[in-house]
Design a protein around this ligand. Structure first.
Ligand SMILES: Cc1cc2nc3c(=O)[nH]c(=O)nc-3n(C[C@H](O)[C@H](O)[C@H](O)COP(=O)(O)OP(=O)(O)OC[C@H]3O[C@@H](n4cnc5c(N)ncnc54)[C@H](O)[C@@H]3O)c2cc1C
Ligand code: FES
Ligand code: FES
Length: 1348
């Protein structure tokens, strides 16, 4: 390898000038890249250049983990091999010189041999849509490479940077537990009656009740000695020589990798504007999302001085390029070896690192990167500042030491460093004997989240006393930089650590830590309150530590102890209970067995093909959308001149390019494919740019200039109500005599509630590949959609061709959840229009931020109610109005509202009832279907009034709920009689399984004993109507072919999005045909095999398609019957062959339509639903009243799924839906500006539940002996109904807040909107701290975000 040094001329990005060779290995294969572009990420390279599509793109911002791969490097200094998981989406290709990359394809395959990590996640049912699976597999694989026998805590930590939207995480952990110290399987030898993993205690209680969904004893053993070795050639390359300086040139950027400190300093001197890049976790985001271009990049990651760790008498000096993982390891070792009084600062840093991003980020992100980013919400800078760390900075002329105090950060993302200077190192000091340090981070979600407020506090006492000698209170999230609360600290110097000091500190902090009410990030009252609450925690902690040192201070009363506890997650445990298939049933009959998702193994190896994994066509182009930046405006002009001159651009596409109709929409054609004159939301699609690559198309799309004349937008429901901006019709369901009902009532109360929207966050964003077939206008589309037929008809409409020329093919989706039911069609249409214009294949996969901006989500709802009830708690009258934020087009919103009204009484019998549903027309992107389809919002308001009733009477909520529950034979407000009613059974089983009464007593006792943490408990029922409410959609088709070798190819109208529909359909066919599932194959869903399909939605797909499959298979069995009779001992293959030779048609279609449906709103008659799914959940939570954080302690779910077709899939659906509901009701918040701009556009700002959000104890029981006459093989729908059960967590939180409010003497109903975010919980727990931070008067300022 050459040793070079650079001159100024070297950095010019002249065309024709050379780059160095980038040498790295991928899955053992050597790659020599002569044109490494500094702007290319490892992910793009893997997927596009090497065709390794197992590694997925979920967000491009390091927030989802779908792109996780393992890097291995030989460290010459330590002579050690280093294996670590990273996010390929942020890893610059140029950073990989002499690195070995292992992707999911490199560790195993279905064809070759599965790696145990792949096998176990699949067989434990931890892969549904599978889009997250390769990333999770690689996180686990990297962990095992470093630690073949990890603890569960290590596994949990390894997954901090991985998200899954489908499974609810439990099965993933369960499967991987088998690798751990705690859960290692005995291999069938551990217990007298079998394997340790297959026989839980529950199983012993009921013989026909099964509690295991997989057999760990079937897993291939894990032998760590068999792992792929580090490439020997790479080892000798690395050992043989220093890497030398490297230079890689791209179109716009040159990457310089100096190999000595001198060279680095000289380059920085020559290029003061050059960007230093180590982990690229900050710069990568700036380039991708903030349009930054840094023409010169300096990559000093391998310079020895920047990686050095030096122990000094005063502390530990870390080179600025030390990764956070490495720093954590060093600090952990120091904590183990040094005397405790010296390690207070180290422990505070470690506490911040615990919740700092995910492991993939910490493995590459440098401590210097965190400091130099100078983010006001950096988690480490407050600790460094409070501890008074010393920085060494350097330029080519020498070094200087800089104290990290409040003069270091000079403004938003600015420091005192001069442009030519770099950060060399940071010294983290030992603490002194009388010094105490703590650090705190409060974020919406615990794992991998950015802080709302982050703080570190250090106090030093006069030795042996409680007199404050030095105090530093450092806060992030309270200003444009990390700040010190200097005034407060100064005031407290010389004071004794006691109640008076506390009072003074709080009032002083309230004065000093103020925020403008319009501050970016909002949550002003909450953030201010946190500064006090966190100080109070510090106060308590220090009191305890002083006492432990023998200093005489006030004792912390036992009720306050829990406020100072540091949160340590408990490893989750779970039980799943279902009815086992009767003994003696044929093994070939797969129905009722917990069969693995048929694609799970392929998903775990990366072999499963998703839409964007389809190999590139030779002349394929990429499309990027041009969308509106205004919520409501006239388009004055569109200027594409700059864009069209940019490299790689082929053309722009606008409304004039649509040969057919520009009008589109799933029901009413009230939308445009491409907006022509006016835009009605931010993200409204105006046009598109088509180029040779995604990068070129993206750059050009940003260069399209659009001039607008802005019009007044309507953004929120309240604004829509004020402007009477509604779509028609306004729906009403009414039954009984409302006036009489209210007259009869002993009490009447009124209330309201807002339920925020929800982003689908399917891990795979929207994607379409359109391929013109060149003849007769034929077009083939590969789409990730739940609605193949709708896509077909809308594309045909826009192209002005008959539907028979358009084929839509759906292999699988990486999640749908309703988000791909109707909103996918516009993107598909635009892509098809472009492909039609250019007569070339065109592809588009939306980036996560585009997907979130454009495609809408769950409707926000506002509910207003008046409820009349008796002294007993019996509700006798209900008048409720729902308002949904529909957005800029109707989409499916009327049906969503209808379902909300159909569920307005949830599971309660109310004799006199009226519900109105208003559809608010606003300037937001059109909201759409989302699992539950309005039902959860309808029921959420019902539970709110139910809790209000209980609280106003001072009665236990579960008693009032029970009193009001329906009984068999009663009828709903829409006059549907409830037969085969199982809700009462679910209720009783849930109560007994969770030990409700004992739990309640324990919660009450806990609350009496703890002032600042409170527990809450709630049991909530659900009743969910099954059928599409649009009657015509309740139909399905199937097509079944039997080939002469006996193999069966089947297709049906439903699409596979991870919910296991294809698996269930194969099980159904297996039973009817009497053959094993292995003989049956489903290749894809397509419009040329089964036409006119309904969207895969409404939970009814198994019912509908299952019956169609059954119908087809029965027809075929009838045709085979004579051959079976003739040859009863023959095999399936014999009968098939005999029939074939007898010229019998071995192919047929099947059809099904649900009978007796048809509700009429005008007459309030006719059956709305085929049947109901029932379920009950009880949850217990603990809230931290000071921060609003909460823990999900336990949840018990009892769900009626009839006779389960597949208990593993059904339990997966229950848990996945529950976790999605948990996100909806406790975590996920979409923030919109008052001008209608979505501010939360990726996993960095929009938090879906992570691994750590699972209830610590989770029991899911499928109700036994509950056959359902109305659906295939006595089963019931399961996709949507369990989602609402997460409301039990919300109402448990509300219960806990009530206990906190009671401490301040407040009782009775109160408003808590959904989600019960940390901010809302904290603000609702009114106390002395919140009183010091009153909110600004509404209307006196423009808030950062508004409740839409
Ligand atoms: C998904 C995700 C989660 C995150 N979570 C957190 C979190 O929980 N808490 C938190 O605080 N941050 C978080 N971050 C921010 C980021 O990871 C950290 O700031 C990280 O430490 C940056 O290190 P890096 O090496 O990747 O920086 P880079 O992106 O390589 O560089 C960052 C900046 O530092 C400068 N720089 C780096 N080294 C030097 C040097 N030696 N001298 C001069 N300038 C230098 C660079 O020029 C650049 O401006 C997160 C980021 C992501 C993408
Ligand atoms: S795609 Fe890389 S973390 Fe999401
Ligand atoms: S299985 Fe994890 S996102 Fe779908």
């Amino acid at each position: 390898m050459r040793e070079t040094s650079f001159t100024m001329a070297d950095t010019e990005t002249r065309s024709g000038s050379t780059s160095d060779e980038l040498i790295f290995f991928v899955n053992g294969k050597k790659i020599v890249e002569r044109n490494a572009d500094p702007e290319t990420t490892l992910l793009t390279y893997l997927r596009r250049k090497l065709g390794l599509t197992g590694t997925k793109l979920g967000c491009a911002e390091g927030g989802c983990g779908a792109c996780t791969v393992m890097l291995s490097r030989y460290q010459t200094q330590t002579q050690q091999l280093l294996h670590f998981a990273v996010n390929a989406c942020l890893a610059p290709l140029c950073s990989l010189h002499l690195v070995a990359v292992t992707t999911v394809e490199g560790i195993g395959s279905v064809a070759r041999k599965l790696h145990p990590v792949q096998e176990r996640i699949a067989k434990a049912h931890g892969s549904q849509c599978g889009f997250c699976t390769p990333g999770i597999v690689m996180s686990m694989y990297a962990l095992l490479r470093n630690n073949p026998k990890p603890k569960m805590a290590d596994v949990e930590e390894a997954f901090h940077g991985n998200l899954c939207r489908c499974t609810g995480y439990r099965p993933i952990l369960e499967g991987y537990k088998t690798f751990t110290v705690e859960g290692g399987c005995c291999g069938g030898r551990g217990r007298e009656n079998g394997c340790c993993m297959t026989n839980g205690n529950e199983a012993e209680k009921h013989a026909d009740e099964a509690t295991s969904l997989f057999k760990a004893s079937d897993f291939a053993p894990f032998d760590p000695t068999q792992e792929v070795i580090f490439p020997p050639e790479l080892m000798s390359l690395t050992k043989g020589q220093r890497s030398g300086s490297l230079r890689f040139r791209g179109d716009r950027v040159v990457w310089l990798q100096p190999d000595s400190l001198d060279e680095f300093l000289r380059l920085k001197w020559e290029h003061p504007d050059a960007r230093v890049v180590v982990g690229n976790t900050e710069v990568g985001i700036e380039v991708k999302f903030k349009n930054m271009v840094y023409p010169v990049v300096l990559a000093p990651a391998f310079i020895p001085e920047l990686n050095a760790v030096t122990h000094t008498p005063d502390g530990i000096v870390f080179g600025a390029a030390c990764t956070l993982s490495h720093m954590g390891e060093v600090l952990k070792q120091a904590v183990e070896t040094l005397p405790p009084h010296q390690t207070e600062v180290f422990l505070a840093v470690l506490e911040q690192l615990r919740w700092f991003a995910g492991l993939q980020i910490r493995n590459v992100a440098a401590v210097g990167g965190n400091i130099m980013t100078a983010s006001p919400i950096s988690d480490l800078n407050p600790v460094f500042m409070a501890a008074g760390c010393k920085l060494t900075v350097m330029d080519k002329d020498g070094s200087r030491d800089v104290q990290m105090d409040d003069s270091f950060f000079t403004g938003y993302r600015k420091t005192t460093l001069r442009p030519q200077e770099v950060l060399l190192s940071i010294e983290i000091p030992h603490s002194k004997k009388s010094q105490f340090v703590s650090a705190y981070k409060q974020s919406p979600r615990r794992e991998d989240d950015i802080s709302i407020v982050t703080a570190a506090m250090s106090v030093t006492f006069t030795p042996g006393s409680d007199v404050v000698e030095d105090l530093r209170l450092s806060y992030g999230g309270m200003a444009a930089t990390t700040v010190l609360a200097k005034k407060t600290a100064n005031r407290l110097l010389g004071r004794r650590w006691g109640e008076e000091l506390l009072q003074e500190a709080c009032s002083s902090l309230a004065e000093e830590m103020t925020l403008d009410p319009s501050v970016p990030g909002g949550m002003v009252t909450y953030r201010r309150t946190l500064t006090l609450s966190l100080f109070y925690k510090f106060y308590l902690t220090v009191l305890q530590k002083l006492r432990a040192q023998g200093v005489s201070v006030d004792e912390v009363t036992s009720d306050c102890l829990s406020a100072a506890e540091i949160y340590h997650p408990e490893t989750a445990s779970s039980v799943q209970i279902y009815q086992a298939v009767p003994e003696g049933r044929s093994q070939d009959d797969a129905v009722g067995r917990p069969m693995m998702h048929l694609s799970a193994l392929k998903q775990a190896t990366g072999e499963a093909v998703y839409c964007d994994d389809v190999p590139l066509y030779e002349n394929e182009l990429y499309l990027v959308l041009v969308t509106s930046s205004k919520a409501h405006a006239k388009i004055l002009s569109v200027d594409t001149s700059a864009a069209e001159c940019m490299p790689g651009v082929v053309c722009c596409v606008f409304a004039d390019d649509i040969p057919g109709s520009n009008a589109t929409g799933p029901i009413a054609y009230d939308e445009t494919v491409l907006a022509r004159h006016q835009v009605t939301c931010v993200g409204h699609i105006i046009g598109a740019v088509v180029a040779d690559t995604q990068l070129h198309a993206q750059r050009a799309a940003k260069a399209v200039k659009i001039q607008y004349e802005e019009l007044q937008p309507v953004v929120t429901i309240q604004e829509a109500i004020a402007a009477q901006s509604f779509y028609q019709p306004i729906r009403t369901i009414q039954k009984g005599d409302l006036e009489a009902g209210f007259k009869q009532a002993d009490h009447i109360l009124e209330g309201e509630m807002h339920i925020g929207g929800q982003e689908h966050f399917y891990l795979e964003t929207n994607v379409t590949l359109a391929v013109p077939r060149g003849e007769d206008g034929e077009m083939e589309l590969f789409v990730s959609t739940q609605s193949a037929s709708k896509t077909q008809s809308l594309v045909a409409k826009a192209l002005g061709i008959p539907a028979n020329r358009v084929v839509v093919r759906v292999k699988r989706m990486g999640g749908g959840f309703g988000g791909k039911e109707s909103r996918t069609t516009i993107l598909s249409t635009v892509v098809a229009v472009a492909a039609n214009k250019l007569k070339r294949p065109v592809r588009c996969m939306l980036d996560r931020d585009e997907d979130m901006l454009i495609t809408g989500g769950r409707h926000p709802f506002y509910g207003k109610y008046k409820v009349g009830y008796l002294n007993s708690g019996k509700v006798v009258a209900l008048d409720v109005s729902y308002y949904s934020n529909v957005g800029n087009s109707m989409d499916l919103s009327l049906s969503v509202m209808e379902r909300a009204l159909f569920h307005m009484e949830n599971s309660y019998s109310v004799a006199n009832v009226r519900g109105h549903g208003y559809l608010c027309r606003t300037n937001l992107p059109s909201n759409t279907a989302f699992r539950g389809f309005g039902g959860p919002q309808g029921m959420m308001v019902a539970e709110n009034w139910m809790m209000d009733v209980a609280q106003s009477l001072g009665r236990p909520a579960e008693e009032v709920r029970r009193l009001n529950l329906y009984v068999e034979g009663e009828s709903t407000p829409y006059n549907q009689i409830l037969d085969q009613f199982t809700l009462d059974r679910c209720w009783d089983e849930c109560l007994s399984r969770c030990g409700y009464q004992e739990r309640r007593a324990a919660v009450d006792l806990y609350n009496r004993q703890n002032r600042w943490t409170k527990r809450g408990l709630a049991i909530v029922p659900t009743k969910f109507g099954i059928s599409f409410t649009a009657v015509f959609l309740n139909q399905a088709g199937a097509l079944v072919h039997i080939y002469t070798d006996g193999s069966v190819l089947m297709t049906h109208g439903g699409t596979e999005m991870g919910q296991g529909l294809h698996t269930k359909m194969v099980q159904v066919a297996s039973r009817v045909l009497g053959i094993s599932c292995s003989k049956i194959h489903i290749s894809e869903t397509s419009t040329n095999t089964v036409p006119n399909t309904s969207p895969t939605a409404a939970s009814a797909s198994s019912d509908l398609n299952g019956a169609a499959v059954q119908n087809a298979c029965e027809i075929l069995m009838k045709r085979l019957e004579p051959y079976k009779t003739q040859n009863p001992k023959g095999s399936w293959e014999d009968w098939v062959r005999a029939a074939y030779f007898d010229r019998v048609n071995l192919s047929t279609s099947g059809f099904y339509k649900t009978p007796d449906l048809g509700y009429d709103f005008d007459t309030n008659s006719g059956r709305a639903f085929n049947y109901f799914s029932y379920g009950v959940a009880c949850s217990e939570v603990e809230i931290d009243c000071l921060t609003g954080a909460h823990k999900n302690l336990s949840t018990t779910i009892v769900m009626d799924v009839g006779h389960s077709l597949n208990p593993a899939i059904d339990i997966g659906q229950v848990e996945g839906a529950f976790m999605q509901g948990l996100g909806l009701f406790t975590l996920e918040e979409l923030h919109y500006s008052p001008r209608g701009v979505l501010l939360t556009r990726g996993p960095g700002t929009y938090k879906i539940p992570a691994f750590g959000d699972i209830p610590t104890h989770l029991t899911v029981s499928l109700l036994r002996d509950a056959p359902n006459e109305k659906a295939i093989f006595a089963s019931k729908a399961v996709g949507e109904p369990p989602l609402f059960l997460a409301a039990s967590v919300f109402y448990a939180i509300k219960d806990a807040i009530s206990a906190a409010r009671a401490e301040s003497g407040i009782s009775g109903p109160f408003r808590l909107d959904s989600p019960a975010s940390a901010e809302r919980i904290r603000n609702a727990c009114c106390d002395q701290f919140t009183k010091l931070c009153p909110p600004a008067e509404p209307g006196t300022f423009t808030p950062w975000s508004v409740q839409v």
